[in-house]
Design a protein. Structure first.
Length: 328
């Protein structure tokens, strides 16, 4: 690197229904700075775009010279979208964009390459490049939060499938007679094991309990309907037996689903991220013990089960990873 020349930087942007998070990320995956601004998701397409550019531009307020070091911009956007064309199709949470060419619009403004993908795909790529998946060839990434998303990476490349819609592992059904998921299918793993499902399971157990007092109820101020998955996790950490029961049931169905993934993909590693992942980490040994029950693959326990490097910042890191192979 020539004397005085800034190292290459990438902009990672995580677009949600209410906020835009943006960060400057270096070539080793370190987030150097970040910002959050409101997202105008219900206005015009141009107003939605302005929300994104406002977030990006604010990264350079402290040092405008950094703009010349940007090699690419990566956007994690709600789907459905076309990652090859950089077009956001019709996301329910961002109704301002319908068949909106987000990548090309941003390229006109910033004069650098722009890539667009969904958050789970991008986060999977970030883990492969810089995180827990580094050195693995075939990675299955899972994010567990309000929903469940997955990303599949072969030899450093996201697997998008024929139409760009591959990797919707959260909407793989594990119970065709189960509760209907928001996607319309019955018994998806998302409706059975994501954060809201954990909360519903806890509420049902509290309603059925006659003599057992639970810390979950204390955390909810005595209101069963106010119990959240976060409260379940806190109560479990404090030794609450009912919270442990809730999480063990969640782990059982989650392990069944992971067993299906291992039989289908035979990955080198499984990486778990997302807001609910921290409460699942203590159960990784339990998941490993359950896998032979749910796998045809006799070597299923050889697959490492790892916690993701990036937590709440996975969208920023993921966005940057989408363009990290741009020439510097």
């Amino acid at each position: 690197m020539a004397e005085g020349k800034q190292p290459a930087l990438f902009v990672g942007v995580d677009v949600g229904g209410t906020k835009v998070a943006a960060g400057l990320v270096d070539g080793s995956g370190e987030i150097k700075s970040q910002t959050r601004t409101p997202m105008n998701a219900n206005g015009t397409a141009e107003e939605g775009l302005k929300s994104v550019t406002t977030a990006i531009d604010s990264l350079f307020d402290a040092d405008p010279s950094l703009k010349s070091s940007i090699r690419g911009i990566g956007i994690c956007s709600p789907g459905p979208l076309d990652p090859r064309a950089g077009v956001v199709v019709n996301p329910p949470n961002v109704p301002c964009w319908r068949n909106f060419p987000l990548a090309s619009e941003l390229e006109k403004i910033y004069r650098v390459p722009v890539r667009v993908d969904n958050d789970a795909n991008a986060a999977a790529l970030a883990e492969v490049k810089w995180g827990a998946g580094k050195g693995y060839h075939f990675v299955f990434y899972v994010t567990v939060g309000t929903g469940i998303g997955t990303g599949i990476v072969f030899d450093g490349k996201i697997y998008h499938g024929r139409t760009g819609a591959a990797g919707e592992g959260g909407h793989v059904s594990v119970d065709y007679r189960g509760p209907r998921c928001g996607c319309g299918k019955p018994g998806c793993i998302e409706v059975l094991a994501a954060g809201p499902a954990i909360a519903r399971r806890a509420q049902a157990k509290l309603n059925a309990a006659t003599e057992t007092h639970s810390k979950m109820l204390d955390l909810a101020g005595g209101n069963i309907q106010a119990v959240t998955s976060e409260m379940v996790g806190k109560a479990y950490a404090e030794g609450d037996p009912l919270a442990k029961e809730v999480l063990l049931e969640t782990v059982d169905v989650f392990s069944l689903w992971l067993g299906n993934a291992i039989d289908f993909f035979d990955p080198d590693v499984i990486i778990i991220g997302g807001g609910v992942s921290s409460m699942l980490v203590p159960f990784f040994p339990e998941i490993k013990n359950l896998l032979p029950k749910y796998c045809v693959n006799s070597r299923c326990q050889e697959v490492p089960l790892l916690q993701a490097r990036y937590g709440a910042d996975s969208g920023i890191a993921g966005g940057a990873a989408l363009c990290a192979d741009m020439p510097g």
